[in-house]
Design a protein around this ligand. Structure first.
Ligand code: SAH
Length: 275
């Protein structure tokens, strides 16, 4: 599964140049899933997606003066939340020039404890010196990278000893076969992703990092997908242009299936440390 439909970083970047705004609307200003404690938790989307940011941040364990790397930073919402609450610097990289522009254009209010900067760069070839970051996180970005080992190797290289990497990501548990495998191939091609059947433990170890935690939060994030599907259908209705409307319908059909009902699809938080 891992090597099917490899996408270039340029293709991923242009996907996000076109789709960032729909994700933003569906997910309350973030481009990642929300987290709910349980059925009774009625937090709105914004609060739930911020909660995921906070769960990741806690695991990175930032201390005053730290410099963190945001691997696949989206349009900067995650990094901005972190620098609003912690006295740290964050550098974010994305392969979408639209996202980098939106991120760098965000006003950084004077009350922020830290600061965030964003640049167009590929995580599989990180342009930073060895041991230049105190911590790193990758939220829903590795799924887009055709060479996950290259990216993890680079992150391990730029982390200082003792620095942590936290991954929030989808992965598969178990193989799909028959029509499900074919449909997954369609979803990979559409969303420019390839999921690993590894739970990231093996890959992190191979990159020289020590895994200290894996928490499966699939059931806590599941509610996000309905909202995404609704947003895609809504976007399809708004589009006057036939082709764009069909693209949004396809996103809703494939996304509703892969992220909503495929039992093999899991979402995990992985914490590793550079020895
Ligand atoms: N982490 C952000 C955005 C998630 S969307 C958030 O939680 O809001 C996926 C992000 O991964 C996009 O910003 C995309 O540009 C980035 N990405 C995908 N492949 C990448 C690569 N090879 N190098 C750097 N960023 C990448």
């Amino acid at each position: 599964m891992l090597t099917q439909n490899p996408h270039t970083s340029g293709e991923v970047g242009s996907f996000y140049n076109r789709h960032t705004d729909v994700y933003d609307q569906a997910l309350g200003g973030n481009i990642h899933v929300g987290y709910w404690d349980d059925e009774a938790d009625d937090s709105p989307m914004r609060a739930a997606t911020d909660r995921l940011t906070d769960l990741v941040t806690e695991r990175v364990a930032p201390a005053e003066g730290h410099h963190l790397l945001d691997v696949g930073c989206g349009h900067g919402s995650t990094a901005m939340r972190i620098v609003a609450h912690h006295a740290v610097r964050v550098t974010g990289v994305s392969v979408s020039d639209y996202q980098v522009k939106v991120a760098n254009d965000r006003p950084q209010p004077s009350g922020l404890l830290g600061q965030a900067t964003f640049r167009l760069a590929d995580a599989m070839e990180l342009p930073f010196p060895d041991e230049s970051f105190d911590g790193a996180y990758a939220i829903e970005s590795l799924m887009h990278m055709k060479d996950k080992m290259a990216a993890l190797g680079h992150v391990a290289r730029v982390l200082r000893p003792g620095g942590r990497l936290v991954i929030a990501e989808h992965h598969l548990e178990g193989e799909l076969d028959g029509p499900d495998a074919a449909r997954m191939g369609d979803a990979y091609a559409f969303f420019k992703i390839s999921l690993t059947t590894d739970r990231y433990g093996e890959l992190l170890r191979e990159a020289g990092l020590k895994v200290v935690d894996h928490t499966d939060i699939t059931e806590n994030v599941r509610r996000s997908y309905d909202s995404m599907v609704d947003a895609w259908r809504e976007a399809a209705r708004r589009e006057s242009e036939g082709e764009k409307a069909r693209e949004m319908e396809r996103a809703a059909d494939l996304g509703g299936w892969i992220f909503g009902v495929t039992p093999q699809l899991r979402y995990g938080l992985f914490t590793a440390v550079r020895p």
